[in-house]
Design a protein around this ligand. Structure first.
Ligand SMILES: NC(=O)c1ccc[n+]([C@@H]2O[C@H](COP(=O)([O-])OP(=O)(O)OC[C@H]3O[C@@H](n4cnc5c(N)ncnc54)[C@H](OP(=O)(O)O)[C@@H]3O)[C@@H](O)[C@H]2O)c1
Length: 240
């Protein structure tokens, strides 16, 4: 059984990606719904998506990453890895950046996807086929106060995407990044209304996006056999 692994499927963008893969692959891909703390969301999704299973793991630890890999290998062959799990906090202005906040953001947003890519790609290389999609952010290219370390993690993830694409292409594995703009999920739900209008003024299309817009592009990355080493912005024109 070929498996698409979606990390952070319990969150807004991850859930939309998991549903899109299940629907568009017409059941050809089993979906591994990874979650960390939100078991309820993952269980609800398992009931909604046929041919899916949930795995709990804290991906900021090596043990958690091994738990996810072992669970997937016990069910079948990993064909897609969607590195979507991520955090955007703490929000710390440049002069307030803390070592604790740095370590947390790096562990979740950079170390986790890097070592998941390494370990899942080793499995994909056995079959000379696989696709990895890393979820970056428009903030890799935009300065928003409080996002210094978050921005650094996403910019580094984009660099890793290009590096892995170059090294893994000859092994039949494609690696792509998708960089969302501001999307309506729990991550952006607490932004105060005043700040939301300011952000929308910066977006050419004038609104926040839906998680489904990201899911559509992730599916495109999975399907398009000649696509690798690209960073695809899906941000309503915010990075312009
Ligand atoms: N929303 C936006 O505007 C936006 C814009 C640009 C980029 N992004 C990126 O898109 C991705 C998804 O964001 P979202 O908006 O869907 O956020 P979300 O709804 O807050 O979901 C975040 C997901 O990450 C998981 N997660 C967090 N820490 C984890 C850890 N240590 N180990 C394993 N899983 C962990 C969460 O699991 P539990 O809930 O189960 O704990 C949850 O499933 C992130 O990488 C984010 O940086 C989002």
């Amino acid at each position: 059984m070929d498996i698409a692994v979606v990390t952070g499927a319990s969150g807004g963008i991850g859930a939309a990606i998991a549903k899109a893969i299940a629907e568009k692959s017409e059941g050809q891909l089993a979906v591994c719904l990874h979650y960390n703390g939100n078991r309820q969301a993952a269980e609800a999704l398992v009931n909604e998506i046929p041919n899916s299973f949930a795995v709990q793991a804290n991906l900021s630890t090596a043990e958690g990453r091994k738990t996810l890999l072992d669970a997937v290998l016990s069910k079948g062959t990993p064909f897609c890895l969607i590195n979507n799990a991520g955090i955007d906090r703490p929000h710390e202005p440049a002069l307030m950046v803390s070592e604790e906040g740095f370590d947390k953001l790096i562990a979740t947003n950079l170390k986790a996807p890097l070592f998941l890519m390494r370990d899942f790609a080793k499995e994909m290389a056995r079959n000379e086929s696989g696709v990895i999609v890393n979820i970056s952010s428009v903030l890799a290219r935009r300065a928003v106060v409080g996002s210094a370390v978050y921005r650094a993690t996403k910019a580094a993830l984009e660099a890793l995407t290009l590096q892995f694409a170059a090294e893994l292409g000859p092994k039949g594995i494609r690696v792509v990044a998708v960089a969302p703009g501001f999307i309506e999920t729990a991550m952006t739900a607490e932004i105060p209304e005043e700040q939301r209008s300011g952000i929308k003024d910066d977006v050419a299309l004038g609104s926040f996006g839906a998680p489904e817009a990201i899911a559509e592009t992730v599916w495109h990355a999975i399907e398009n056999q000649y696509l690798t080493g690209a960073v695809i912005a899906v941000d309503g024109g915010m990075a312009l």
